[in-house]
Design a protein around this ligand. Sequence first.
Ligand code: PMP
Length: 430
Amino acid sequence: KSDRLREKQNEIDSNAVAYPNNIPLAFDEGKGATLKDVDGNVFLDFFAGIGVYNVGHANPYVNEAVHEQVDKLTHSVDFPTEPRLELIEKLEELAPGNLSGNSRVVFGGPTGSDAIEASIKLAKYNTGGRGLVAFRNSYHGATSGAMSITSNSKLKKHYAPLLPDVVHAPFPHPFQEGRDPEESVERALEEVRATIEQPYGGLANPAGIFVEPIQGEGGVVVPPEGFLQGLRDIADENDLPLVFDEIQAGFGRTGEWWAAEHYDVTPDAMTTAKALGGNGLPLSATIYHEDLDTWGPGDHAGTYRGHVPAMVGGVRAIEYIQSHDLLDHATEVGDYIRERLREAGEGDSGLGDVRGKGLFIGAEFVDSEGNPDDDRVEAIQQYCYEHGVLVWTAGQYDNVLRLLPPLVLTQRQAEVGTEIIADAIAATAE
Ligand code: PMP
């Protein structure tokens, strides 16, 4: 059945659809951290729709309320609804540092890219600037503004001109740079500072700094201590908004509500999406300091920012994560998986680096010369699929095995899944 669906999709769907050819799968049903395909095969889901199903597939606590809401009202544009206000209050309370209790939320419509566009417009509106500081190895989305601050030139080359005056500074990646973490941070911050502060040749009229606190598509790159704080300092000294893209790293994935909390650094604005709608319902938001709320009515607009079932999903997902202590659980299970992967890589020079926080996990593979080994990661992904575990890849060179299981993954499921990944690592070793 999977084959038939894929054949039909090839005939009638867009050529732009993209998934790895080595996992020939058609989904039918999800439950918790498992997925069933249309042929009845059951998989452990270690990718969760790219970090969407944080509370698990078909979470009953979320679905119960969503079902009720679907029968009642689905769309309210910007008019108030109880779920909308409830979700705003929860997000304003959960926001990190001094954003908590001092923030505003603007919903962005269905995609993370929508929230990124809102954050770019917010920064420009408040500063009157137009230059954007972003980072190498970043991913922020597929719309024109989001593509502009994304660094991957392969994704952008057919769409020029994008936004002008975007500079991509280095994002510290000690493993790839072969530098010690402190030096890597220093080098990155120096370039950001030069970009903003150089009198000649700097970025004219900057509007803000946009950064993933932990890079996702770039390969689960966890910046060393000091980097985000350094950006905070530069932003403060130059009176610029610092914007964190928490679309992949946020909403509990790293074992804190927001990746920013691991570093004790508070942004002026942050984006969230993916897991925000609860059970895969599309919703995104930009949460920003109330001092930046200078917009007037309609200065930023959108039809689908009143998706009531997704808002109900968000409220319920937050409650579920809190009542089941899923942040601590994600930390414990994530630490276990990282440890087990490191053990599996002992004596295997191909497994260069295992990193991440909570259930945001990356394992970077290199060949015997230390170059990115995407073939190995593809082979591991295929082995895992054939043995019942769905895993994802990431990184500029596609050489990072990326794991983003639902936060409800049980310890037992983690053990079974990681054992299969460890087998895949062994089976693909030279
Ligand atoms: N920012 C980050 C950090 C992301 O990981 C993504 C999606 N992978 C986006 C933005 C864009 O989100 P969407 O695909 O929903 O537009």
